[in-house]
Design a protein around this ligand. Structure first.
Ligand SMILES: Cc1cc2nc3c(=O)[nH]c(=O)nc-3n(C[C@H](O)[C@H](O)[C@H](O)COP(=O)(O)O)c2cc1C
Ligand code: SF4
Length: 446
């Protein structure tokens, strides 16, 4: 039997942050009694409700907290876009869809510390003038949904939700909405469509959700982890939060690591740590590093050399033309085949395209089928360039950011591991013969 996961407490003589993982290893930390013994809901009281909404938003802005759902958009700035005093209600929607391959941090948060999310929702809800908050959870995450519903029930019973929260004049209801399990429902406007009962298909922006989102009303969509960072910031201040991280990426973040690593799992570390240090913290790499997907399947892959230069923050990955994304890290060693890794990623995107935009729907399908043919030893001379060309064409010609996220792995794997792809093509004795695109139309075989 494997030993239960233990998060390291220190790294190189320094204490590691415990903003988000506070209750991850505490037995029954998901229950109100235990959570309260560890400081849950300490922010919910007069000290919160005596502050103005603007003061709270300013604190979040000063902390530099950035969205943890993938794009890294500054949270305080997003909150400041919401129009005030209009006739329509403002909604807060928590994105707990977590569909990006390699990402498994939010589901841990929901089972281990749902009260921290609820506390964050109360603070964010108050700051934004929200009466109703929706938590959109991936439908198959049953343990998470159970834990969340149980915690919400406890919070209502304790007067922490509903009318007159903690004796104040503020009222908030939280509704848990089960998604139907499509990756595209994690995209904020696809999510809003699904929440409203329509097909989970993204909407054209503008209007952005902050102006017209759920039920045509101003809506803030935030990731689970983003909102869970809010209570500690409000309690301890923006400066305290900035003790970790870099100027542009302050604070701590959860990273889910899998692949060729000794101790896969979810870790909370200060932003700005090097990938090499992080691998060591996770027990070390298995084998010799060939490359690394640094921030979820959409993030452009890094070579071993690039990975050694990279640090866990938004600006370092941007400089390497990749991204921190959802914080899902997948290192792979020299025994792995980059072509087969891309094949699996390409299959995922072809399957998950919502189909509204022709370049995305058709392009991801073509890449998937060409790559299958290449792996099966049926590749042709121009196939690798054709896949790259297709990705270049669907990258920025669509409604939502799914298509660029599907293009980046194709472009980066092909560019950085080209010889592996060429070797596959040359396994086909007929690789130099001309080949019609018809060969990779749906249902067609070489
Ligand atoms: C295809 C696609 C899938 C996404 N999936 C998720 C997801 O599962 N969870 C999430 O929080 N954000 C996801 N996002 C990002 C959301 O659209 C949105 O930016 C995020 O929820 C905003 O929250 P944040 O500012 O707290 O990061 C996805 C984006 C795209 C384009
Ligand atoms: S880019 Fe792809 S996933 Fe996004 S709306 Fe268009 S077809 Fe759907």
């Amino acid at each position: 039997m494997t030993a239960p996961f233990k998060h390291p407490t220190h790294w190189k003589g320094k204490e590691l942050p415990s903003v988000l993982r506070r209750l991850f290893e505490v037995p029954n930390g998901h229950t109100l009694d235990v959570a309260r013994k560890h400081g849950a809901y300490e922010t919910i009281g007069a000290s919160l409700f005596d502050q103005s909404q603007f003061e709270l938003i300013q604190t979040i802005m000063d902390s530099g907290l950035r969205g943890r759902g993938g794009a890294g958009f500054p949270t305080g700035m997003k909150w400041s876009f919401v129009p005030r005093g209009g006739a329509k209600p403002v909604y807060l929607v928590i994105n707990a869809d977590e569909g990006e391959p390699g990402t498994f941090k939010d589901r841990l948060c929901l089972t281990r510390d749902p009260h921290l999310l609820i506390e964050g929702c109360i603070i964010a809800g108050y700051a934004l003038g929200v009466r109703n908050c929706y938590i959109f959870v991936r439908g198959e995450m049953l343990p998470q949904i159970r834990a969340l519903n149980h915690a919400i029930g406890e919070a209502y019973a304790a007067g922490l939700l509903g009318e007159r929260i903690a004796g104040s004049r503020y009222a908030l209801d939280i509704h848990v909405h089960r998604g139907a399990g499509a990756y595209i429902c994690g995209e904020e406007t696809g999510l809003i469509n699904a929440l409203e009962g329509y097909k989970g298909q993204p909407r054209l922006k503008p209007p952005f959700p902050a102006i017209s989102g759920a039920f045509a009303s101003p809506t803030v969509v935030n990731n689970v982890e983003t909102i869970m960072a809010v209570p500690a910031i409000v309690k301890n201040g923006a400066k305290w939060y900035r003790q970790w991280g870099t100027e542009k990426s302050p604070g701590s973040k959860l990273f889910s690591i899998s692949g060729d690593i000794t101790n896969p799992g979810v870790y909370e570390v200060p932003l700005g740590m090097s990938y090499s240090d992080f691998f060591e913290l996770c027990g070390g790499l298995k084998g010799d590093l060939l490359g690394c997907i640094p921030g979820g399947s959409s993030a452009p892959v890094l070579t071993a050399d690039e990975t050694r230069k990279a640090t866990l923050d938004y600006e370092s990955l941007q400089a390497l033309k990749s991204m921190l994304g959802s914080g899902a890290i997948t290192p792979f060693n020299t025994t792995r085949d980059p072509v087969r890794i891309l094949q699996s990623i390409a299959r995922f995107y072809a399957h998950e395209s919502c189909g509204q935009c022709t370049p995305c729907r058709e392009g991801t399908g073509y890449v998937d089928r060409i790559l299958d043919a290449v792996v099966d030893g049926k590749g042709g001379a121009g196939d690798i360039d054709l896949m790259k060309d297709l990705a270049d064409r669907f990258e920025w010609t669509t409604i939502c950011a799914f298509a660029p996220g599907a293009a980046w792995p194709v472009q980066s794997f092909i560019t950085k591991f080209r010889s592996h792809f060429d070797a596959y093509v040359k396994r086909n004795p007929r690789w130099q013969e001309p080949r019609a695109l018809d060969a990779v139309r749906p249902g067609a075989f070489w």
